[in-house]
Write a new protein. Structure first.
Length: 221
């Protein structure tokens, strides 16, 4: 059924956006999980106090946070195939790029979360015979994740918005689906307008969930 509300022909875009939406969500989830995991390792390296761990981790975070994401996307898409000697698809390139790039931002969030845990918690872990790794895993990191959960989710919303940049390498994301719909049916104005509305609804809804989560965590404290 083709519904037409004025100049917004929803039937035009409905068959194109689902594929792009699925990839955008997949990219966001994979980059979030991988970015938090790698970011946590980087944060622990920076807090270790050992120069041979601190320096490379600090350089990694500083460099990636100083370069525009779209440039990193193009670098990975163009340079990695030259290094490995074979072409790599736009979707796989985007997943690797976002995971590596977002790790630098999640690292700073996790570092702040770890530092927010009172030092007494660490000393208590040592007092009962825990090693550094056990203290971090069982005592510090669970509290750090709870403290930083709203900020982590906010960064993930930004990550979802940034997935539209994979358009630069031709990956089929949500924005690409709208763009193809606009070209195929010669309705670019309405498709881009609907794209803006879809991004707004998704991001605004997630922001409201983060706000509710933040209130619940505040009550727990």
């Amino acid at each position: 059924m083709n519904l037409d509300f004025g100049f917004l022909d929803w039937g035009v875009v409905s068959s194109f956006i689902l594929k792009g939406l699925i990839f955008s969500v997949q990219l966001t989830v994979i980059a979030m999980i991988g970015g938090i995991a790698l970011g946590t390792v980087l944060a622990l390296m920076r807090l270790s106090g050992k120069p041979w761990l601190v320096l490379p981790a600090s350089a990694y975070v500083t460099v990636l946070r100083s370069i525009p994401l779209v440039m990193v996307i193009l670098w990975f898409f163009l340079l990695i195939p030259l290094l490995i000697g074979r072409p790599m698809g736009a979707e796989l390139s985007a997943i690797i790029t976002f995971t590596v790039f977002e790790a630098a931002y999640y690292s700073e969030i996790m570092r702040a979360g770890i530092q927010s845990v009172p030092k007494g918690q660490v000393h208590a872990g040592y007092a009962v015979g825990m090693s550094y790794a056990q203290t971090m895993q069982l005592v510090v990191l669970p509290q750090a994740f709870r403290n930083m959960l709203p900020v982590l989710m906010t960064q993930t919303i930004i990550l979802f918005q940034d997935t539209s940049l994979v358009y630069a390498i031709g990956a089929y994301d949500l924005l690409k689906g709208f763009e193809i719909a606009g070209k195929n049916f010669n309705r670019p104005v309405e498709t881009y307008l609907v794209a803006a509305v879809v991004y707004f609804v998704i991001c605004f809804s997630l922001s409201m969930l983060v706000r509710r989560l933040q209130k619940k965590i505040a009550i727990i404290r």
